[in-house]
Design a protein around this ligand. Structure first.
Ligand code: ATP
Ligand code: MG
Length: 461
């Protein structure tokens, strides 16, 4: 982090020098709608190819050698300027998806709403997008289309780099590293905003949120990830526009859920999402049990689960998307089970099983859960019902259950929040796992109660 900061200060320091000296820098206020362009020459910034993915450089070079413009764009440039390791390297070019495909054997074209090319290098994917343009002059819906609420349902109108910059979300993401001369092109004051830690939407934030409401989630994610302040204009409309999130397809929201909760900033994101009424878009039923209940056990459990997840990521431990989902839906399941019991007269166990299905199905309508994760969540939930039943051989069988660890981890956090019997049960399982077989048998005997005697067979005479 210290290293990162020193690189960043150097870059920004040099950048100031550049801006002050004509010849190296160029300010072009003639760009459409006045989006300013600043160009930082190769000698005046520290973004180096040695910090980029080799595969990204290969793609940039091949596009360039074939006569196309090619830029590393967005988070890749932003994070290198900050001295961070970029999560991925995205490329923008004036080649069309088909032209890109002709250049790379290992290329796959994906996306309907936003068509782009994936160049595959083993496990690494380099995303290459054609520079986007404005929609006003589009003659055909086949390329660009908005629904009656202003949401972009298709965003495949191509344009030049100035137009592309205006189609990006935040100024700190409208940064382009040009492979032809190794300069950085920064639009809309992106470098100053990066230096000042300000997240600013390009254009009119209301229009941009309408076009793509996911930008509201992205504002929260970048604010916490980059430790930035969301500018007043960008921040102000979010709360009142949060209901637009309902229009986002469930599969896309699952992607955003993962980025928000499994990147080491789950707790900060959880708090901020709540502040902006956006938690509801990712966990509608969990938001319902929070309502009018701030600081209650539900809120405490959600925060603890986020904190534990962040700690695991900081310690390079594995995390699964299923854990937070299972934990966040546990209290909605308990609540739903009360309704089921009341309406059907089922006992608690059966009502909980029904509630698990209902809650899971209802959640998936808003935010999808890939099958392998929903199966794991179901295992974790049913283990909550089975872990109290330890008599006879049951405890040993449960210990061998493939998802025992995850179920036990959920019991642990519940115990920490709920105390009482749940905490005692969690403690029992903690001891049991680490005990010798002899002690385990003794523990089981104690929870099994007296053996029931079989009634003697009555002899038929
Ligand atoms: P990270 O990869 O660290 O999450 P990023 O900024 O690279 O951050 P990506 O989702 O990889 O984010 O997107 C790459 C770039 O594409 C962004 O920097 C931004 O310029 C642009 N972009 C992505 N999503 C949107 C969007 N919904 N609206 C406008 N521009 C977007
Ligand atoms: Mg990226």
């Amino acid at each position: 982090m210290l290293l990162g900061w020193s690189i960043f200060s150097k870059v920004i320091g040099l950048y100031r020098k550049v801006i002050g000296s004509e010849g190296h820098s160029k300010v072009n206020n003639g760009a459409r709608k006045g989006l300013a362009l600043e160009i930082i020459g190769r000698d005046d910034h520290d973004v180096s190819r040695s910090n980029m993915s080799i595969n990204a450089i290969k793609v940039l070079n091949r596009l360039h050698k074939n006569g196309y413009q090619a830029y590393l764009v967005g988070g890749g440039v932003r994070d290198l300027l900050l001295g961070h390791n970029p999560k991925d390297f995205d490329i923008a070019t004036d080649a069309t998806p088909e032209q890109i495909r002709d250049l790379f054997k290992n290329c796959r074209l994906i996306g309907r709403r936003f068509r782009l090319a994936h160049i595959l290098f083993g496990r690494e994917i380099i995303e290459v997008a054609t520079l986007r343009g404005h929609h006003e002059n589009t003659e055909t819906d086949a390329l660009g289309k908005q629904n009656d609420k202003g949401m972009l349902v298709r965003d495949n109108v191509y344009g030049n780099i100035d137009e592309d910059a205006e189609r990006r979300d935040f100024t700190v993401n409208a940064l382009y590293y040009d492979i032809s001369d190794f300069s950085i092109k920064a639009y809309g004051g992106g470098l100053q905003d990066l230096e000042n830690g300000i997240l600013r939407m390009i254009g009119d934030p209301r229009v941009r949120y309408k076009e793509d409401p996911v930008r509201m989630l992205r504002a929260i994610r970048f604010a916490t990830k980059l430790n930035m302040t969301i500018s007043e204009d960008t921040r102000a409309p979010i709360k009142e526009m949060s209901s637009l999130m309902h229009a986002i397809p469930a599969a896309r929201l699952f992607e955003e859920y993962q980025k928000l909760f499994l990147s080491g900033k789950a707790l900060a994101n959880y708090k901020m999402l709540n502040e902006y009424n956006l938690f509801e878009s990712l966990f509608p039923l969990s938001a319902e049990v929070l309502e009018g209940n701030e600081g209650g056990k539900e809120d405490k459990l959600f925060q603890l689960v986020c904190k534990n997840t962040d700690n695991r990521i900081a310690n390079d431990q594995r995390v699964t998307p299923a854990f937070i989902i299972a934990a966040f839906l546990w209290y909605p399941i308990e609540r739903q089970a009360q309704t089921v019991m009341h309406e059907s007269g089922m006992d608690n166990y059966d009502a909980m099983m029904v509630a698990m299905n209902e809650v899971c199905d209802s959640h998936c309508k808003s935010v999808s859960i890939p099958k392998r994760f929903s199966a794991m969540a179901r295992d974790m939930w049913s283990l909550q019902l089975r872990l109290p039943r330890r008599a006879g051989a049951r405890a040993f069988k449960l210990l061998a259950h493939p998802k025992f660890r995850a179920g036990y981890d959920l019991l642990l956090v519940r115990g920490e929040i709920e105390g009482g019997e749940t905490a005692e049960l969690a403690q029992w399982w903690t001891t049991f796992q680490h005990a010798t077989e002899e002690i385990q048998r003794d523990m089981v005997r104690k929870v099994s109660g007296p053996k029931r005697r079989r009634a003697p067979n009555k002899r038929k005479s």
